[in-house]
Write a protein of this length. Structure first.
Ligand code: GLV
Ligand code: MG
Length: 313
């Protein structure tokens, strides 16, 4: 796994088609935590091979500041995967943090990528293990195997839900991915989101929700993103810079929650270390070690996103 990117935030994960010089040039100007340059579904088959050199050039020539930088290669059931990895990882240099593998069906898909990356890194003079992996779950088979997939390689940094391909895989009667997939008494995605979250967290991975296709409706995006955020997801894909801005807000704790979490940590420390008590009152709430763990996760999330205690005062 890439040590540089491992602990960076991924609230907004901006997708950019690797075949478009214009979109590639614009991508670093968007306020996104994470950028991935796509060689898969946003690139036409006739452009797949030519897009590799454009992506290499964009990684090397543009200023990507601190954000996590990733390339999405084509899936193993296409003719392009190995060429994508050899050409892009072999030539992009150390700024490339991760490779995203779409349509992962089983652990061996990730293991195969890990082995290929090791050879490519050696030949390119990169440290072995430098390039991390993101695995996309977007089929029923991938979901069934998500636990072994999440444990398949130490390079794994994130597990990512791909709702559009997934809806096709399970025969869901929808033509787009919008806020309605989260409405109604029960939706298949309730189970899917929870299952991916558990498998990712059990293996210490970032857990990311996929795209929202009605790109002009930012209010509806906010709702859908809030559903994933309420589960505990770390972030979601953005297809436009405007979507990225909404996601940065939705996946950051509010200043009020951030400050309260710090206050809980202080109160818990005082209770355990000065007063010798494991559970105490904090306002009208009882807090104990589990409350401190929750508070700690909000503080860590907020700090990763650049928040400071009391900054709203
Ligand atoms: C993303 O790749 C999706 O299929 O939703
Ligand atoms: Mg997909």
């Amino acid at each position: 796994m890439s040590q540089r990117s491992r602990n960076l935030p991924r609230r907004s994960c901006l997708s950019t088609p690797g075949s478009s010089d214009r979109f590639l040039a614009k991508a670093p100007t968007a306020a996104a935590d994470f950028s991935f340059l796509d060689l898969e579904d946003s690139v036409a088959p006739s452009e797949k091979v030519a897009a590799r050199a454009k992506v290499v050039n964009a990684v090397r020539a543009l200023d990507w500041d601190e954000r996590v930088l990733c390339v999405r290669v084509n899936a193993w059931d296409t003719p392009w995967t190995y060429g994508d990895v050899i050409e892009v990882v072999g030539q992009a240099g150390p700024r490339l943090d991760e490779v995203m593998l779409p349509k992962v069906r089983r652990a061996s898909d990730v293991v195969a990528l890990d082995l290929l990356l090791t050879q490519v890194e050696r030949n390119a003079g990169l440290e072995v293990g430098h390039v991390g992996i993101e695995a996309q779950i977007e089929t029923a088979e991938g979901l069934n195997n998500v636990e072994e997939i999440c444990a398949a390689s130490p390079r794994l940094e994130s597990i990512v839900f791909g709702p559009a391909d997934f809806a096709a895989s399970i025969g869901m009667p929808v033509t787009t991915i919008d806020e309605t997939i989260h409405q109604g008494p029960s939706t298949p995605f309730t189970y899917v989101l929870a299952k991916i979250l558990m498998a990712g967290r059990a293996n210490g991975l970032h857990v990311i929700d996929g795209p929202f296709l009605k790109v002009r409706d930012l209010g509806a995006l906010r709702f859908a993103a809030s559903v994933a955020a309420a589960y505990g997801y770390d972030g979601k894909w953005a297809l436009t810079p405007d979507q990225a801005q909404v996601l940065n807000e939705v996946f950051s704790p509010s200043q009020e929650l951030f400050d309260k979490s710090y206050a809980i940590l202080d109160a818990y420390e005082r209770a355990t270390e000065v007063e010798g008590m494991g559970a105490v009152m904090f306002g009208d709430e009882m807090i104990d070690e589990a409350s401190a763990k929750i508070a700690h996760s909000f503080v860590a999330r907020g700090e990763r996103a650049g928040m400071r205690r009391g900054a709203g005062a």
